[in-house]
Design a protein around this ligand. Structure first.
Ligand code: HEC
Length: 196
């Protein structure tokens, strides 16, 4: 009887030791997961935003325009039309703003249809030039907004579909009318807050 009690006691101690070891190695896994660099976070966000916008442009805008069902236009709300891909991103950014995560994103360009979408700082203009030269690499910098630091990453915004170039080349306010498929048309700028 005493021998049995001793045996169970030993088993219980082993279970406790293994449990603690398992928990602490699990905690270590969590530690490594919290240390994702802001550049990587920007890359993840860009991958999702770009995929959504490409899908919207190719499978909604281009498809419905080609079939003559409905077109995309600036005054989409009042005229019952589709939002432009740029407006799709603007509206999404506004909704993201209400999440209080501090994340933000917008489109800029060296040849903007809307003059408000020009580079607004030395960093933005440099980013547009650098990503035009090397479209596969984002241009990043830490930028201060008052006391708050943000990682800002600019990604080349390419003409992924015929709809992009068809509309920009024909738009009366467009300063450039010879865009070709896969050309860099501007940049997507993503801001990630460095402190919560
Ligand atoms: C049906 C027309 C249309 C289509 C399709 C379209 N755009 Fe635009 N795009 C515009 C207009 C108009 C603006 C200006 C929106 C605003 O007022 O901010 C704009 C804005 C932009 C901007 C910001 C600079 C600027 O010109 O004001 C970029 C960059 C851009 N578009 C790239 C693209 C890309 C890439 C695609 C395809 C994925 C695309 N656009 C598809 C009409 C279009």
């Amino acid at each position: 009887m005493r021998r049995k009690g001793f045996l169970w006691g030993t088993v219980a101690i082993w279970i406790a030791v293994l449990g603690y070891w398992g928990m602490s190695s699990g905690a270590k896994d969590c530690d490594t997961q919290t240390g994702i660099p802001a550049e990587k976070v920007a890359e993840y966000v860009h991958a999702v935003l770009q995929s959504d916008r490409t899908f919207y442009t190719v499978h909604v805008v281009e498809r419905l325009q080609a079939k003559g069902v409905v077109t995309a236009s600036e005054n989409w709300q009042s005229a019952n039309l589709l939002p432009l891909p740029a407006q799709f991103l603007k509206e999404s950014n506004q909704l993201a703003g209400s999440t209080r995560t501090g994340i933000g994103y917008r489109l800029i360009s060296l040849w903007p249809i809307n003059k408000q979408n020009r580079g607004k700082s030395e960093f933005e203009n440099r980013g547009l030039q650098e990503t035009l030269k090397d479209p596969d690499r984002p241009y990043t910098e830490v930028v201060m907004n008052g006391p708050d630091a943000y990682l800002q990453a600019i990604y080349a915004d390419k003409a992924v579909s015929q709809a992009c170039i068809g509309c920009h080349n024909a738009h009366p306010d467009s300063p450039k009318r010879d865009f070709k498929q896969n050309d860099v048309m501007g940049g997507m700028i993503i801001s990630i807050p460095l402190k919560q």
